[in-house]
Design a binder for this molecule. Structure first.
Ligand code: ADP
Length: 592
């Protein structure tokens, strides 16, 4: 990304604050003018004193001059304080406002992206967060430093240079000739620092990652007595970091010294030249002061150049990552506009194939018919493609080839939001948001009344347990056990009332008692709905009215339990090993 592209990308976010920006720029211009006042006042003072001395005027004349100068300098200082305050304040205000807009808009945008975007490695939750945070902060830092550093400094330098050229063309040209040398050295410094800045950043990231790793696996480290190895790893990182930090510092000191020297050469040349011009009677003595002070203003921004260059470079890198996320329009979820008055729930998959964005082929040649108001079970070993079927039916992903119909209409023609309104999904672990139990149930339908919410909790067989809690529905949902959380998820669906329900191993992470507890609520939610159920528990899938058996992404058998069991294939294998693992003989002998 180039600086020009960066500014073009930021422009839409700056535009709403254009008056604020215009005012900040006006202040910058005033600031650039006030920065030159000292130079001119000093010139005037020296010239006036020289004249007074020459003419041997009484001391009183001198005093009125001093009073005038003091008044001008103090007045300018007050103005300059106000201008600087304004610049900083408005610069900061622009930064905060743009930062707010960028952060909010990127979240709103990311929420519209299809699931494939999130499944991508580059968008792992941690990485996405870092890319967004770093992007926003470095973009706004650039905007801010543009308004309170870069622009004011360079404007002041330009005004000072014009002042020098105006006062004396030769002296001005000398200053102009020194700038490129100074500029070149600053740029070299910035380039040498660039690589190291990156190194330091990656060492820092590894170091903090390392500490998190240690904290996460402290049990393993201790049980294997590997504290020394972990400490050594950290020590090596620390040493590499310190080495690079030292290299950066010493380079900075060398270049800073060189720059000061070049600047001094410039000053010496200007002194010699102006002194000569004064002696030759072409200038008044005060011009020496004027030129030295203006030259100082000319070189000020270049003194900072290596730092500004480094910051802008970082900003370009981070901004690129940020705008890649922000402008990924091809990732926006597609939607049709078909919204039938009611959905029956008959799904037909015809020769469906699907590959995940990372290249894993999960389904191929899948044909399936899921009848409305029936319970269909998907059975297969782990990785067979069962969840993938559910992902496709919920339009989380689109098939590579083949066709999926719902009530005879292609799924891609459906309005995606409308479709999902009509589908309820219960997963192995349902996300409970931090907040109260009531808020969590109402996630199923934020418009529902309190009574409807309680009713849903009753249907999910969780009401009694909630009211036993001191805070009742206002208790924190995070306190609930796994089984209770699953029933909250089911209560959500009773509020949402979708005609279609997908159950993806809803009891897999629960213990036997919790599984039994939620059986009632599961049975209740299945009633009179189209249900697709994924389960490893034979007690759940044997009852299904239709079973589809998947193996390596293909349907290998289908029918009722009796029909598929009779085929002596994958289903029989899975069923028999499930029964064997139950140790039925021993269990039945001890049943009372
Ligand atoms: P099942 O539900 O039968 O256990 P899945 O449908 O989850 O199987 O997975 C089918 C295949 O797709 C597996 O090989 C799995 O590793 C792969 N897979 C599942 N989810 C993803 C994903 N988000 N990204 C890439 N590959 C995936």
């Amino acid at each position: 990304m180039t600086l020009f592209k960066l500014f073009k990308s930021i422009a839409p976010y700056v535009r709403p604050y254009k008056w604020l920006v215009a005012f900040a720029l006006l202040l910058t211009f005033v600031g650039a003018l006030t920065a030159q006042v000292n130079a001119y006042v000093l010139q005037y003072t020296v010239n006036s004193i020289a004249t007074l001395l020459e003419q041997q005027k009484p001391l009183a004349d001198g005093l009125s001059l001093v009073a005038l100068i003091s008044a001008i300098l103090l007045g300018k200082e007050v103005l300059s304080i106000l201008v600087t305050f304004g610049q900083k304040f408005f610069g900061e205000k622009i930064r905060i406002l743009i930062s707010k807009d960028l952060a909010q808009q990127v979240i709103e945008k990311v929420l519209t992206y299809r699931l494939a975007f999130f499944a991508d490695d580059e968008s792992g939750s941690g990485k996405l967060q870092t890319r967004i945070d770093q992007g926003v902060s470095s973009i706004v830092r650039t905007v801010q430093s543009f308004f309170i550093e870069i622009f004011p400094l360079f404007t002041s330098a330009l005004v000072a240079l014009i002042g020098m050229l105006n006062a004396n063309l030769f002296v001005g040209l000398v200053a102009l000739a020194i700038i490129p040398v100074y500029f070149f050295v600053s740029l070299q410094q910035a380039k040498r620092l660039k690589g190291w800045r990156r190194e330091i950043r990656s060492y820092r990231e590894n170091k903090s990652g390392g500490i998190i790793n240690i904290l996460e696996s402290i049990n393993v480290i201790k049980s294997f007595n590997r504290e020394d190895i972990e400490a050594k790893k950290q020590f090596e990182l620390q040493t590499a970091l310190t080495d690079t930090q030292m290299k950066t510092r010493s380079t900075n000191f060398k270049y800073d010294g060189l720059k000061t020297f070049i600047e001094q050469i410039g000053i010496v040349i200007i002194i010699i030249l102006t002194a000569y011009l004064v002696l030759a009677g072409k200038m008044q003595i005060g011009a020496i002061m004027l030129h030295i002070m203006l030259f100082n203003n000319v070189t000020a921004p270049i003194r900072q150049l290596h730092r500004i260059y480094g910051e802008v470079n970082d900003a370009l890198i981070y901004a690129e990552g940020f705008f890649d996320i922000m402008n990924a329009d091809h990732q926006v979820e597609q939607s049709g506009d078909y919204r039938p008055t009611n959905i029956l729930g008959k799904f037909e998959l015809k020769n469906v194939a699907f590959t995940y964005p990372n290249g894993t082929q999960a389904l191929s040649g899948v044909d399936m018919t899921i009848l409305p108001n029936r319970i269909t079970a998907l059975v297969g070993l782990s990785g067979a493609g069962k969840s993938t079927v559910v992902n496709l039916l919920d339009k989380f992903y689109e098939p590579d080839s083949g066709e999926i119909l719902l009530d005879g209409v292609s799924l891609s023609d459906y309005d995606t939001r409308y479709l999902r309104e009509n589908i309820g999904l219960v997963l192995q672990k349902n996300h409970i948001f931090s907040g109260t139990i009531a808020e969590n149930i109402l996630y199923g339908n934020p418009q529902a009344s309190y009574e409807e919410m309680v009713d849903a909790a009753k249907q999910a067989y969780i009401h009694e347990e909630i009211i036993r809690h001191a805070d009742g529905y206002n208790a924190s949902a995070l306190l609930l056990s796994g089984g209770q959380q699953q029933r909250i998820a089911i209560a959500r669906l009773f509020l949402k009332k979708p005609p279609i329900i997908f159950l993806d191993e809803p009891t897999a992470s629960l213990d036997a008692v919790a599984t039994e507890q939620i059986k009632n609520s599961l049975d209740a939610i299945k009633k009179d709905r189209t249900v697709i159920m994924i389960s490893h528990s034979i007690s759940q899938f044997v009852d299904a009215e239709m079973i589809y058996v998947l193996k390596e992404g293909q349907v290998v058998e289908h029918g009722t339990h009796e029909e598929v069991y009779g085929q002596d294939g994958t289903y029989t294998e899975i069923f028999d090993s499930a029964v064997r693992s139950l140790n039925v003989e021993k269990i039945s002998s001890s049943l009372r």
